[in-house]
Design a protein around this ligand. Structure first.
Ligand code: SAM
Length: 245
């Protein structure tokens, strides 16, 4: 993956901010060494700081991978707080279950297995914090569901929204194969920045993060579609992921 900031800035941010301790730190190191696409350290630290003042009770995550970010978020929950995390890839889910057990978080973190596009319409409870770190081409599809599932005063954080910075360039300047995702992410970013129930900021950290604060009690219409919009992302034991994810 390429990041939106220069390497020397990434190196500095990763080195100046201490790594996580305990089993969480072990999971972060193991995932990084085996190229599992967990959030980079500077984004993890941003997430930690954000959650240290939100102190959420109920968290929803789309994109569990091996459970690193879930484990991280669990450190900042209010007493009795819970996390629901969704992932659709068996290879990831197998390791996530092991890691959640290693962190003794089986009672705190619930994994829902399947495509978020199918699971989101089945959720009824409300969340104080929603972290979306999954297939970027689906963010526009997830957005109305996440908006409706978020409490007023709640925060949504979307990871990897700038596509290595190419989103900031004209669509026709990017390779043809990237134009669909460019269009989808551009539309999604327009939607979250022009919704008057949200106060949104796009932050150039990692591969770009979008932070949305729900400031009004509003409900979004869910666009009617019968088509489950999924991206073709291959996972293997060797790569455990793909940079498109
Ligand atoms: C970048 S990784 C998540 C990393 C994790 N949040 C962390 O930092 O520890 C993205 C994950 O999203 C999952 N994913 C992508 N699209 C999805 C979808 N539509 N439904 C469920 N899971 C999805 C992939 O299987 C992958 O495990």
């Amino acid at each position: 993956m390429e990041y939106v900031t220069d390497d020397y800035i990434n190196d500095y941010l990763r080195n100046v901010q201490p790594k996580y301790d305990g089993v969480l730190g072990d999971i972060q190191r193991e995932a990084t060494e085996s190229n599992v696409p967990i959030i980079p350290h500077e984004c993890a630290r941003f997430l930690s700081t954000l959650l240290s003042f939100i102190k959420p009770k109920n968290v929803l995550e789309i994109g569990t991978a091996v459970g690193f970010s879930s484990g991280l978020m669990s450190r900042y929950l209010r007493e009795g707080g819970k996390i629901i995390t969704i992932d659709r890839y068996d290879i990831m889910l197998k390791d996530a279950k092991v890691n959640i057990k290693r962190m003794n978080l089986e009672d705190t973190i619930t994994i829902l297995e399947g495509d978020a596009a199918k699971i989101l319409p089945t959720l009824n409870e409300k969340f104080d914090f929603i972290f979306v770190d999954a297939a970027k081409g689906q963010y526009g599809q997830f957005f109305p569901y996440c908006f409706n599932l978020l409490n007023v005063g709640g925060i949504m954080l979307f990871d990897d929204v700038l596509q290595s910075g190419t989103i900031c360039k004209n669509r026709f300047s990017v390779p043809r194969r990237q134009r669909t995702i460019h269009k989808r992410l551009t539309n999604f970013l327009w939607d979250i920045t022009h919704n008057d129930a949200l106060e949104t900021s796009i932050i150039p950290i990692g591969d770009g993060m979008a932070l949305c604060h729900k400031i009004k009690d509003a409900v979004m219409d869910i666009p009617k579609t019968d088509v489950l919009d999924t991206e073709d992302i291959e996972y293997t034991e060797e790569t455990k992921g793909d940079k498109n994810d």
